[in-house]
Ligand binder design. Structure first.
Ligand SMILES: Cc1cc2nc3c(=O)[nH]c(=O)nc-3n(C[C@H](O)[C@H](O)[C@H](O)COP(=O)(O)O)c2cc1C
Length: 194
């Protein structure tokens, strides 16, 4: 893959919250993504993360309940026709002394990039109910749910726009219902410009 293709995959990997309905993602595809995430960098190579691949309809309903979609969009909520097709639950095995906060970021972005390259889109969500999920999967005490990654086929238009006011990075929907994600310009984040 050349750099331009890589750039496209990164730029197209956007947090997606409106998914096409009636799309099935095979559990094997989720496992393929987890299998890639398994090989990425890990602090001290301790690898404390574990995963659950979720495609079962009843379990998906339970996973869905506590999720908070796009907290900044106060006049929008995901409707029942926009739900994700599958989920990957990211778990910290606290019996392994690792760097789960950092490792999970690296692993989740890898899964998100892999999903894009497969034609899917996703959203990392921190707004989960850790206690409910622990019960749902009958997890031992040392297995702590951290994040869920929702996956499906994108059914919205998402655009990256420049941050215009440095104190306001909130995403918003424009008048054409495009989801706009303000990012700080290179100029404002690159300290050594020459
Ligand atoms: C650690 C983390 C937690 C997040 N939690 C949520 C969440 O609970 N609900 C949600 O709708 N989006 C969540 N997001 C998505 C962010 O809102 C999103 O990354 C941000 O708006 C920028 O959009 P982009 O990912 O397309 O660049 C989360 C993202 C990260 C990295």
């Amino acid at each position: 893959m050349n750099f331009e293709n890589f750039k496209k995959i990164v730029q197209n990997t956007r947090s997606t919250r409106r998914f096409k309905k009636k799309i099935t993602i095979d559990k094997r595809e989720l496992i393929e993504l987890i299998d890639i995430a398994r090989t990425v960098s890990s602090g001290k190579n301790m690898q404390p993360l574990k995963y659950i691949a979720i495609t079962d309809e009843k379990i998906k309903d339970e996973i869905y309940k506590p999720l908070v979609w796009a907290a900044h969009l106060t006049d929008w909520n995901q409707n029942k026709d926009e739900k994700p097709s599958a989920y990957i639950l990211v778990i910290n095995d606290t019996s392994i002394e690792g760097f789960s906060a950092i490792d999970s970021g690296i692993a989740m972005q890898t899964i998100m990039l892999g999903a894009t390259s497969k034609g899917y889109s996703g959203c990392i969500l921190a707004s989960i109910d850790k206690i409910a999920y622990k019960k749902l999967f009958n997890l031992d005490n040392h297995l702590e749910p951290m994040f869920i990654i929702a996956l499906g086929v994108k059914d919205e238009n998402i655009e990256v726009v420049d941050v215009t006011n440095s104190t306001d990075t909130n995403y918003y929907r424009d008048t054409n219902d495009n989801h706009c994600v303000p990012k700080r310009s290179l100029d404002t984040i690159l300290i050594n410009k020459d």
